[in-house]
Design a protein around this ligand. Structure first.
Ligand code: CA
Length: 410
């Protein structure tokens, strides 16, 4: 999954390490009729030992869903700026609704927090972003959605793995066929777990024999808590700190994947915005994330941030959950300010032009796909260094204009 996939809908899916939404490759032609894929896969499932009545309940008479193909092949042209995503994620309405929802199930939240040692405000934030506190779970028949994706072929391996997980869910009686509704891409219930994640991480919190992430808040939030606990959640520890970089910060020596103690970053002059480090902070392991360039907010992110990425591999999502949690806990999210609103991220077609121009200028972006990934960011930084700019790797409008001008002058 792209690191910069800020355009994901707020009702995203829990992917838990399964990188489902990879680069939007060219649309694949369906090379066989749907019925041929369907009957072949049904035969595969039976030969793998899935009960014939389960296979029949999943696939008999099933037709492809054209809406799913359309959504899978529609690549949004505009990349939503992170500040717009965060504004929507941490809206007044979402905070107010979250407070009400958390109060309604306060005892359950407390019990989930006690059992898994995952902070309740974080769980409420996930609940809010995934399904608007259970209100918006999607109404696609996910067996049909996933069968359509499997037949379409671009994500066949992913989709067939999810269908195999569904067969297990049905065999074990965790859910009924009629309950298998969710998003067009297979996210289910209040936590928007995909089926494989459900099989690995969902729990029967109330002990009634079913893992009901659709209607039972304890099962849903317990499942989210279990996922985070298994991803290394550190109870009552922070997710991130917004920081101030010193004048003359060595951008050329920085990469987003470097992980060091806060003491290391402090020695480079990095400070919490408007404050100082406490001695507790200094031994915490952290990465420096600068999502919108040198003239924009910067963040040190901790283990808990990485756990949230296991839920949904998006920097904007992890920040959104953490800001929501702060709003619930402290009454104020303390949102970062000073975003470069006059220098937004460039569109997909501009990204393709940028990649082509960077390649002509001798900075290989690793292919032309309109997606700004690590290779393109490396090429941007090489261009920025070679032309005396701050090498922050941010694909904003001003960088785009500078590269186009250099390409014309070549
Ligand atoms: Ca249950």
């Amino acid at each position: 999954m792209q690191v910069l996939n800020w355009s994901r809908s707020l009702a995203g899916m829990a992917l838990a390490g399964v990188m489902a939404l990879g680069g939007f490759a060219a649309a694949l032609a369906q090379d066989i009729p749907f019925t041929a894929w369907r009957d072949g896969f049904a035969s595969d499932l039976r030969s793998e030992g899935v009960r014939a009545d389960i296979v029949a309940s999943m696939l008999d008479g099933l037709e492809p869903d054209p809406r799913v193909i359309e959504r899978d092949q529609t690549q949004p042209e505009f990349v939503r700026p992170m500040w717009q995503y965060l504004e929507g994620a941490v809206s007044e309405a979402r905070v107010a609704n979250g407070r009400r929802a958390a109060a309604r199930i306060a005892d359950t939240l407390q019990a989930v927090e006690d059992r898994f040692e995952v902070d309740r405000h974080i769980l409420t934030g996930i609940w809010g972003l995934e399904s608007a506190y259970g209100e918006i779970q999607g109404n696609f028949d996910i067996v049909r959605s996933l069968a359509t994706l499997a037949w379409e072929g671009r994500r066949r391996g992913f989709a067939e793995a999810q269908l195999r997980a569904i067969a297990q869910m049905l065999e074990r009686g965790y859910a009924t066929r009629a309950e298998l509704v969710g998003s067009w891409a297979g996210g289910m219930g209040q936590t928007q777990f995909i089926p494989a994640t459900y099989m690995e991480r969902a729990v029967d919190f109330d002990g009634d024999g079913r893992r009901d992430i659709w209607r039972n808040e304890g099962d849903a939030l317990g499942s989210a808590a279990n996922l985070l606990a298994r991803a290394g959640w550190e109870f009552r520890q922070p997710v991130f700190t917004e920081v101030t970089l010193p004048d003359g910060f060595d951008f050329a020596g920085w990469t987003e994947t470097q992980r060091r103690d806060v003491a290391h970053w402090a020695a480079q002059g990095i400070r919490p915005k408007g404050g100082e480090w406490s001695s507790d902070d200094l031994y915490r392991s952290a990465r420096l994330v600068i999502p919108a360039g040198a003239n924009a907010p910067a963040f040190l992110v901790y283990r808990n941030f990485e756990a949230l990425l296991r839920y949904n591999n998006s920097t904007a999502y992890a920040l959104g959950v953490a800001y929501l949690a702060r709003a619930f806990e402290h009454g104020d999210a303390g949102m970062a300010t000073g975003w470069p609103v006059d220098n937004p991220p460039i569109s997909r077609s501009q990204s393709r032009e940028l990649q082509e121009a960077l390649a002509r200028l001798g900075h290989d972006p690793g292919g032309v796909d309109g997606m700004i990934g690590p290779n393109t960011r490396r090429a941007i930084r090489a261009f920025q260094s070679a032309t005396g700019r701050t090498p922050d790797g941010y694909a904003g409008l001003s960088l785009y204009n500078a590269v186009m001008e250099a390409d014309r002058a070549r």
